[in-house]
Design a protein around this ligand. Sequence first.
Ligand code: NAD
Length: 354
Amino acid sequence: MTRGTVLLTGGAGYIGSHTAVELLGAGWDVVVVDDFSNSSPVALERVAQVATGPSAGHLRWHRLDIADTAGLTSVLADEAVDAVVHFAGLKAVGESVAQPLRYYTVNVAGSASLLRAMDATGVRRLVFSSSCTVYGDPERVPIDETAARGASNPYGRTKLVVEDMLMDLAAADDGWQLLALRYFNPVGAHASGRLGEDPEGIPNNLMPYIMQVAAGRHPFVRVFGDDYPTPDGTGIRDYIHVVDLALGHVAALESSDDLPGFTAVNLGTGRGSSVLEVIAAASRAVGRDVPYQVVERRPGDVAATWAEPALAEKLLGWRATRTLDEMAADHWRWQSRNPQGYAGEGAGPPTPPA
Ligand SMILES: NC(=O)c1ccc[n+]([C@@H]2O[C@H](COP(=O)([O-])OP(=O)(O)OC[C@H]3O[C@@H](n4cnc5c(N)ncnc54)[C@H](O)[C@@H]3O)[C@@H](O)[C@H]2O)c1
């Protein structure tokens, strides 16, 4: 007897694959839809290998673009889906500035397509991957969910529009249970070293970049500014272990019955770490100093952001427990065992189980 069936859009991606493991382990059946535009089916093969146990649920997947409303409608009906977690989307801020229409199409029109399919099949429980980017340049830290929203780039605006769409839907029909989880900065990897972030090209984010420097793929980490008003002068962010984040989704699904309408909840640790603290943690994980050089500030970067995570504890009974050292150690294990990410193994077309 499983907990139910949950559909993960984008479930082969970084956060989706870790969430799939935790949901399967908690006894949910998991159905993934992904077009594999930024992921590999190998990740799902590994999810199935890692998520074992006497009460583990079953994993199935379909190669599908979320723009395909009819395809999504069939999957929701045929798989008897109870709830959806919507990860699928594009997430690179710089790319969103250069290609805004692509971002609005995939992130906004794609979400509308999913919601139409859910409406048509009577599936009314959704957990949406939102982001702390919806707080723009925050007026105060820690940031709680009542803080003003605003975004400074097209990627952030797509998250705002989807949150607005969910609010409007909840206002029009009280049958929906719509939860927007505002992630802070996910890092780390599954402790098995089998799953992790597999960025294409040069990573935009700090931890994957540091790990590639440690692996010898770049000469040093560029630290963008050491004259911010923070204790060591470098920018401060709230880094959260991806497994803690994944467990936040399990808690969200198990609490969403008690949360009708629209609710937005931060998923962060409540602790900020500076760039130099992250480099130091990575150096401890790797066992030698990771080289860095301080360069000019990047335009648009804010000095310090971290989450007020109390609402997640109150509503979902969840809080992050993993430390920065665990994030770095797990990230390094993944990076050092999979220097080519998933590309080194089983590359080729996906083979969905029957
Ligand atoms: N990683 C972060 O730092 C972060 C922070 C805040 C919010 N988020 C949000 O969380 C979600 C997941 O992020 P991630 O880091 O796992 O990204 P990811 O790129 O690893 O995963 C996204 C997945 O969606 C799939 N996908 C993309 N477009 C699709 C489409 N049209 N149809 C079907 N599948 C599609 C990709 O192939 C990929 O597997 C995204 O919505 C992202 O905006 C991520």
